[in-house]
Write a protein that binds this ligand. Structure first.
Ligand SMILES: C[S@@+](CC[C@H](N)C(=O)[O-])C[C@H]1O[C@@H](n2cnc3c(N)ncnc32)[C@H](O)[C@@H]1O
Length: 255
Protein backbone atom coordinates (compact mmCIF):
# COMPACT_ATOMS: atom_id res chain seq x y z
CA UNK A 1 0.00 0.00 0.00
CA UNK A 2 1.30 3.49 -0.87
CA UNK A 3 2.68 5.53 2.02
CA UNK A 4 1.24 9.02 2.44
CA UNK A 5 2.85 11.56 4.75
CA UNK A 6 -0.32 12.74 6.50
CA UNK A 7 1.55 15.28 8.66
CA UNK A 8 3.18 16.85 5.62
CA UNK A 9 -0.16 17.14 3.82
CA UNK A 10 -1.76 18.75 6.88
CA UNK A 11 1.00 21.32 7.23
CA UNK A 12 0.90 22.15 3.51
CA UNK A 13 -2.84 22.74 3.77
CA UNK A 14 -2.52 24.71 6.99
CA UNK A 15 0.18 26.85 5.40
CA UNK A 16 -2.23 27.63 2.57
CA UNK A 17 -4.80 28.85 5.10
CA UNK A 18 -7.14 25.84 5.10
CA UNK A 19 -9.05 26.01 8.39
CA UNK A 20 -10.01 22.32 8.37
CA UNK A 21 -6.58 21.08 7.32
CA UNK A 22 -6.83 17.68 9.07
CA UNK A 23 -10.21 16.77 7.56
CA UNK A 24 -9.17 17.99 4.13
CA UNK A 25 -5.93 15.99 4.29
CA UNK A 26 -7.90 12.82 5.02
CA UNK A 27 -10.26 13.46 2.10
CA UNK A 28 -7.46 14.26 -0.35
CA UNK A 29 -5.45 11.19 0.69
CA UNK A 30 -8.54 9.01 0.32
CA UNK A 31 -9.02 10.37 -3.21
CA UNK A 32 -5.51 9.52 -4.40
CA UNK A 33 -4.22 6.03 -5.03
CA UNK A 34 -0.55 7.05 -4.65
CA UNK A 35 1.54 9.96 -3.37
CA UNK A 36 2.27 10.85 -7.02
CA UNK A 37 -1.46 11.14 -7.69
CA UNK A 38 -1.93 13.20 -4.53
CA UNK A 39 0.60 15.89 -5.51
CA UNK A 40 -1.48 17.63 -8.24
CA UNK A 41 -4.63 17.42 -6.07
CA UNK A 42 -2.80 19.08 -3.20
CA UNK A 43 -1.38 21.72 -5.51
CA UNK A 44 -4.87 22.60 -6.78
CA UNK A 45 -6.13 22.93 -3.21
CA UNK A 46 -3.17 25.06 -2.17
CA UNK A 47 -3.88 27.32 -5.18
CA UNK A 48 -7.35 27.91 -3.73
CA UNK A 49 -9.62 25.60 -5.71
CA UNK A 50 -12.54 24.32 -3.60
CA UNK A 51 -11.89 20.85 -2.19
CA UNK A 52 -15.25 19.65 -3.53
CA UNK A 53 -14.26 20.34 -7.15
CA UNK A 54 -10.97 18.51 -6.67
CA UNK A 55 -12.47 15.32 -5.21
CA UNK A 56 -15.78 15.58 -7.12
CA UNK A 57 -18.21 15.32 -4.24
CA UNK A 58 -19.64 17.11 -1.21
CA UNK A 59 -21.23 15.59 1.86
CA UNK A 60 -24.84 16.84 1.99
CA UNK A 61 -27.55 15.44 4.26
CA UNK A 62 -25.28 12.51 5.03
CA UNK A 63 -24.53 11.39 1.48
CA UNK A 64 -21.92 12.12 -1.14
CA UNK A 65 -23.37 14.31 -3.87
CA UNK A 66 -21.43 14.69 -7.12
CA UNK A 67 -20.25 18.23 -7.86
CA UNK A 68 -18.20 19.45 -10.77
CA UNK A 69 -16.29 22.64 -11.55
CA UNK A 70 -18.76 25.29 -12.67
CA UNK A 71 -21.56 23.91 -10.49
CA UNK A 72 -22.57 25.54 -7.19
CA UNK A 73 -21.29 23.56 -4.18
CA UNK A 74 -24.27 22.77 -1.90
CA UNK A 75 -23.88 24.40 1.51
CA UNK A 76 -24.59 22.82 4.86
CA UNK A 77 -27.14 25.57 5.65
CA UNK A 78 -29.30 24.32 2.79
CA UNK A 79 -29.92 21.13 4.76
CA UNK A 80 -32.46 23.27 6.63
CA UNK A 81 -34.39 23.82 3.38
CA UNK A 82 -34.43 20.03 2.97
CA UNK A 83 -35.63 19.61 6.57
CA UNK A 84 -38.47 22.13 6.03
CA UNK A 85 -39.52 20.45 2.79
CA UNK A 86 -39.35 16.92 4.23
CA UNK A 87 -41.64 17.98 7.11
CA UNK A 88 -44.36 18.73 4.52
CA UNK A 89 -44.06 15.20 3.03
CA UNK A 90 -44.36 16.17 -0.63
CA UNK A 91 -44.96 13.36 -3.14
CA UNK A 92 -44.54 15.42 -6.29
CA UNK A 93 -41.66 17.84 -5.87
CA UNK A 94 -39.89 20.47 -7.97
CA UNK A 95 -36.32 21.46 -7.10
CA UNK A 96 -36.04 24.79 -8.92
CA UNK A 97 -32.57 26.32 -9.48
CA UNK A 98 -31.34 22.83 -8.67
CA UNK A 99 -27.58 23.14 -9.29
CA UNK A 100 -26.23 19.66 -8.53
CA UNK A 101 -29.73 18.49 -7.53
CA UNK A 102 -28.67 18.00 -3.90
CA UNK A 103 -31.88 19.41 -2.44
CA UNK A 104 -34.30 17.27 -4.44
CA UNK A 105 -32.10 14.24 -3.90
CA UNK A 106 -32.28 14.65 -0.13
CA UNK A 107 -36.01 15.18 0.49
CA UNK A 108 -37.18 11.66 1.26
CA UNK A 109 -40.46 10.01 0.29
CA UNK A 110 -40.84 11.77 -3.07
CA UNK A 111 -42.54 9.67 -5.74
CA UNK A 112 -42.09 12.11 -8.63
CA UNK A 113 -39.15 14.49 -8.69
CA UNK A 114 -38.51 17.25 -11.21
CA UNK A 115 -35.49 19.54 -11.10
CA UNK A 116 -34.61 22.54 -13.25
CA UNK A 117 -31.73 24.92 -13.82
CA UNK A 118 -30.72 27.47 -16.44
CA UNK A 119 -27.10 26.36 -16.57
CA UNK A 120 -25.86 23.51 -18.80
CA UNK A 121 -23.16 22.24 -16.40
CA UNK A 122 -25.67 22.18 -13.53
CA UNK A 123 -28.26 20.30 -15.57
CA UNK A 124 -25.66 17.68 -16.56
CA UNK A 125 -24.47 17.33 -12.96
CA UNK A 126 -28.03 17.10 -11.60
CA UNK A 127 -28.77 14.33 -14.10
CA UNK A 128 -25.76 12.41 -12.82
CA UNK A 129 -27.08 12.71 -9.27
CA UNK A 130 -30.78 12.21 -9.96
CA UNK A 131 -31.07 9.77 -12.88
CA UNK A 132 -30.90 6.75 -10.60
CA UNK A 133 -34.02 7.88 -8.76
CA UNK A 134 -35.96 8.39 -11.99
CA UNK A 135 -36.09 12.18 -11.70
CA UNK A 136 -36.51 14.47 -14.71
CA UNK A 137 -34.09 17.38 -15.01
CA UNK A 138 -35.23 20.31 -17.16
CA UNK A 139 -33.14 23.11 -18.58
CA UNK A 140 -34.33 26.73 -18.79
CA UNK A 141 -35.13 30.03 -17.11
CA UNK A 142 -37.08 29.29 -13.90
CA UNK A 143 -40.55 27.86 -14.69
CA UNK A 144 -40.04 28.30 -18.47
CA UNK A 145 -38.02 25.08 -18.21
CA UNK A 146 -41.14 23.04 -17.44
CA UNK A 147 -43.68 21.52 -19.84
CA UNK A 148 -47.24 22.89 -19.41
CA UNK A 149 -48.62 19.48 -18.44
CA UNK A 150 -46.96 19.98 -15.03
CA UNK A 151 -49.26 22.92 -14.23
CA UNK A 152 -50.94 22.44 -10.85
CA UNK A 153 -49.16 19.14 -10.16
CA UNK A 154 -46.62 19.96 -7.44
CA UNK A 155 -47.11 19.41 -3.72
CA UNK A 156 -44.04 21.58 -3.12
CA UNK A 157 -41.50 23.69 -4.96
CA UNK A 158 -38.13 24.00 -3.19
CA UNK A 159 -35.84 26.81 -4.25
CA UNK A 160 -32.33 27.77 -3.37
CA UNK A 161 -31.91 30.46 -6.02
CA UNK A 162 -29.10 33.03 -6.14
CA UNK A 163 -29.70 35.64 -3.44
CA UNK A 164 -26.44 37.52 -2.94
CA UNK A 165 -26.86 41.23 -3.75
CA UNK A 166 -24.63 41.96 -6.78
CA UNK A 167 -22.41 44.39 -4.89
CA UNK A 168 -21.80 41.83 -2.10
CA UNK A 169 -20.30 39.18 -4.37
CA UNK A 170 -16.87 40.75 -4.08
CA UNK A 171 -17.10 40.34 -0.28
CA UNK A 172 -17.62 36.57 -0.52
CA UNK A 173 -14.81 34.12 0.29
CA UNK A 174 -12.37 33.76 -2.60
CA UNK A 175 -13.36 30.15 -3.23
CA UNK A 176 -16.93 31.18 -4.02
CA UNK A 177 -16.09 34.43 -5.79
CA UNK A 178 -13.38 33.04 -8.02
CA UNK A 179 -14.58 29.48 -8.66
CA UNK A 180 -18.36 29.40 -8.54
CA UNK A 181 -20.30 30.84 -11.48
CA UNK A 182 -21.77 34.25 -10.68
CA UNK A 183 -25.09 33.11 -12.20
CA UNK A 184 -25.31 30.83 -9.17
CA UNK A 185 -24.72 33.66 -6.70
CA UNK A 186 -26.07 36.92 -8.11
CA UNK A 187 -29.54 37.79 -6.84
CA UNK A 188 -29.59 41.24 -8.47
CA UNK A 189 -29.36 44.69 -6.91
CA UNK A 190 -31.02 43.88 -3.57
CA UNK A 191 -30.59 40.08 -3.72
CA UNK A 192 -34.29 39.25 -3.92
CA UNK A 193 -34.83 39.74 -7.65
CA UNK A 194 -35.09 36.02 -8.44
CA UNK A 195 -37.22 35.38 -5.34
CA UNK A 196 -39.79 37.86 -6.70
CA UNK A 197 -39.85 36.11 -10.08
CA UNK A 198 -40.11 32.68 -8.44
CA UNK A 199 -42.95 33.76 -6.14
CA UNK A 200 -44.84 35.42 -9.00
CA UNK A 201 -44.59 32.29 -11.14
CA UNK A 202 -45.01 29.46 -8.62
CA UNK A 203 -48.79 29.55 -8.06
CA UNK A 204 -49.82 27.96 -11.34
CA UNK A 205 -47.46 24.98 -10.83
CA UNK A 206 -48.66 24.10 -7.31
CA UNK A 207 -51.91 22.38 -6.61
CA UNK A 208 -54.31 23.67 -4.00
CA UNK A 209 -52.69 23.19 -0.58
CA UNK A 210 -49.18 23.18 -2.07
CA UNK A 211 -46.12 24.95 -0.70
CA UNK A 212 -43.33 27.14 -1.99
CA UNK A 213 -40.11 27.02 0.06
CA UNK A 214 -37.38 29.56 -0.61
CA UNK A 215 -34.00 29.67 1.14
CA UNK A 216 -33.08 33.25 1.95
CA UNK A 217 -30.87 35.18 4.37
CA UNK A 218 -31.71 36.96 7.62
CA UNK A 219 -31.06 40.29 5.90
CA UNK A 220 -33.35 39.43 3.00
CA UNK A 221 -36.11 37.52 4.75
CA UNK A 222 -38.55 40.47 4.81
CA UNK A 223 -38.13 41.01 1.06
CA UNK A 224 -38.55 37.30 0.32
CA UNK A 225 -41.64 37.13 2.55
CA UNK A 226 -43.11 40.23 0.86
CA UNK A 227 -42.59 38.59 -2.54
CA UNK A 228 -44.43 35.48 -1.38
CA UNK A 229 -47.31 37.46 0.17
CA UNK A 230 -47.64 39.71 -2.89
CA UNK A 231 -47.97 36.61 -5.05
CA UNK A 232 -51.04 35.61 -3.00
CA UNK A 233 -49.56 32.94 -0.70
CA UNK A 234 -49.88 32.89 3.05
CA UNK A 235 -46.32 33.11 4.34
CA UNK A 236 -44.11 32.29 7.27
CA UNK A 237 -40.42 32.67 8.03
CA UNK A 238 -38.60 29.68 9.54
CA UNK A 239 -35.17 30.15 11.09
CA UNK A 240 -32.57 27.66 12.27
CA UNK A 241 -29.79 28.65 14.61
CA UNK A 242 -28.11 25.28 14.14
CA UNK A 243 -27.90 25.65 10.35
CA UNK A 244 -27.60 29.45 10.43
CA UNK A 245 -30.34 29.38 7.83
CA UNK A 246 -33.64 31.05 6.95
CA UNK A 247 -36.44 29.64 4.81
CA UNK A 248 -39.62 31.42 3.72
CA UNK A 249 -42.59 29.12 3.21
CA UNK A 250 -45.53 30.22 1.14
CA UNK A 251 -48.70 28.14 1.14
CA UNK A 252 -51.63 28.17 -1.23
CA UNK A 253 -55.15 28.03 0.09
CA UNK A 254 -57.02 24.72 0.13
CA UNK A 255 -55.83 21.40 1.46
C1 LIG B 1 -27.24 29.18 -5.14
S1 LIG B 1 -27.19 28.01 -6.45
C2 LIG B 1 -28.09 26.69 -5.64
C3 LIG B 1 -28.00 25.35 -6.29
C4 LIG B 1 -28.72 24.25 -5.52
N1 LIG B 1 -30.12 24.55 -5.36
C5 LIG B 1 -28.08 24.06 -4.16
O1 LIG B 1 -28.65 24.45 -3.15
O2 LIG B 1 -26.97 23.50 -4.12
C6 LIG B 1 -28.39 28.72 -7.55
C7 LIG B 1 -28.66 27.93 -8.84
O3 LIG B 1 -29.66 28.66 -9.59
C8 LIG B 1 -29.37 28.57 -10.96
N2 LIG B 1 -30.04 29.69 -11.64
C9 LIG B 1 -29.68 30.99 -11.63
N3 LIG B 1 -30.56 31.73 -12.34
C10 LIG B 1 -31.50 30.86 -12.79
C11 LIG B 1 -32.69 31.02 -13.57
N4 LIG B 1 -33.07 32.21 -14.04
N5 LIG B 1 -33.43 29.91 -13.85
C12 LIG B 1 -33.04 28.69 -13.38
N6 LIG B 1 -31.91 28.48 -12.64
C13 LIG B 1 -31.17 29.56 -12.34
C14 LIG B 1 -27.86 28.57 -11.02
O4 LIG B 1 -27.40 28.02 -12.24
C15 LIG B 1 -27.49 27.74 -9.79
O5 LIG B 1 -27.34 26.39 -10.12
Amino acid sequence: MAEFDYGEVVSALRGAGCVFAEEEAEILIESASSPAELTPLLERRIAGEPLEYIVGWVLFCGRRVTVEPGVFVPRRRTEFLVECAAALRPSVLLDLCCGSGAVGLSVGGVTELHAADIDDASVDCARRNLDAMGATVHRGDLFDALPPELHGRFDAVVVNAPYVPTSDIELMPREARDYEPHTALDGGADGAGIHRRVAAGAGQWLHSGGHLLIETSAALSDSTLDAVLEAGFTGQVRESEMFDAVVVIGSTGGS
